[in-house]
Design a protein around this ligand. Structure first.
Ligand code: DGL
Length: 291
């Protein structure tokens, strides 16, 4: 890979841009901060339009393109699509929009699942859009031919997480309702195929039992981010205090409260922003530059 070689030094100081429909992508942010503590981060949570996973592919891609445009406009060195739904539906479309590296969460998760399974029986849980796209099933089968893959959409998991209901009776019942069928399939590996789901890990593990390995695509994605930045010589080695900015498209209160509980740190820099529709991009960004 040869990203921005001539400009490597300046480019390395730019932030990593990350987006998701809401707070789910913070699971990826957390892992990136853990292994790349010196990197500046720009996070966009499209909280006004969450959830993405129950919408049509067209709508999801429109949102994804608008979010991408927004982050590119802020001068990022890498784009991390911290959303399985978007990664499943159209990562390649986003890759065509830019020369910087674009990393999704689906392939790292699929690779880790293949590595982990002993029986060749893998479960995938994700949003309706992710599961019905069959993207995980395809990615896993392309890596391990004889693997059996069972997918289940868990549509209520995202609202549970956005509400901060990571555990408790209601969550327990919903987990049981969605995962009972998978439990009877004798799987030994379960991919948490939505970046919101690692926040429900404790309940999922309690229900599935310790014999089933849970694959958290956030961990795998962070490692992929580090590998790509290292290979492209784009790691920020300046040693300066990292800047982490968070943008949301609706009021920041809930994002701040639930996000902080999850990240284990107060999120101070949250800004509410308006994401222009694609047809308004030119005027919107031109106008911003003139100000
Ligand atoms: N967290 C995202 C994903 O990984 C999106 C969930 C949603 O908005 O439905 O799929």
């Amino acid at each position: 890979m040869n990203y921005n070689r001539e400009n490597g030094k300046n480019t390395a100081c730019k932030p990593i841009g990350i987006f998701d429909s809401g707070i789910g992508g913070l699971t990826v942010v957390k892992e990136i901060i853990k292994i790349l503590p010196g990197e500046d981060i720009l996070y966009l949570g499209d909280t006004a339009r969450v959830p993405y996973g129950i919408r049509s592919p067209d709508t999801v891609m429109r949102y994804a393109l608008e979010n991408t445009e927004f982050l590119l406009h802020h001068g990022i060195k890498m784009l991390v699509v911290a959303c399985n739904t978007v990664s499943a539906i159209g990562l390649d479309t986003l890759e065509k929009k830019t020369d910087i590296p674009v990393v999704g969460v689906l392939n790292p998760g699929a690779k880790a699942a293949i590595k982990a399974t002993k029986k060749g029986r893998i479960g995938i849980i994700g949003t309706e859009a992710t599961i019905s796209s069959n993207a995980y099933q395809r990615a896993i089968r392309s890596l391990g031919n004889s693997t059996e893959v069972f997918g289940t959409a868990c549509s209520l998991f995202v609202p549970l997480v956005e509400e901060g209901l990571f555990e408790g009776k209601i969550t327990e019942l919903i987990v049981e309702r969605y995962l009972s069928d998978l439990k009877s399939r004798d799987i030994d590996t379960l991919v948490l195929g939505c970046t919101h789901y690692p926040m429900l890990k404790k309940q999922i593990r309690a229900f599935m039992g310790y014999g089933v390995i849970l694959i958290d695509s956030a961990v795998e994605t962070a490692q992929t981010v580090r590998d790509i930045l290292t290979e492209a010589q784009l790691l920020n080695n300046t040693g300066s205090l990292p800047e982490r900015r968070f943008f949301v498209t609706d009021s920041p209160g809930r994002f701040q409260r639930i996000g902080a509980a999850f990240l284990g740190n107060e999120i101070t820099e949250i800004e509410r922003v308006a994401i222009p529709r694609r047809e308004q991009h030119r005027n919107f960004y031109q106008h911003q530059e003139e100000r």
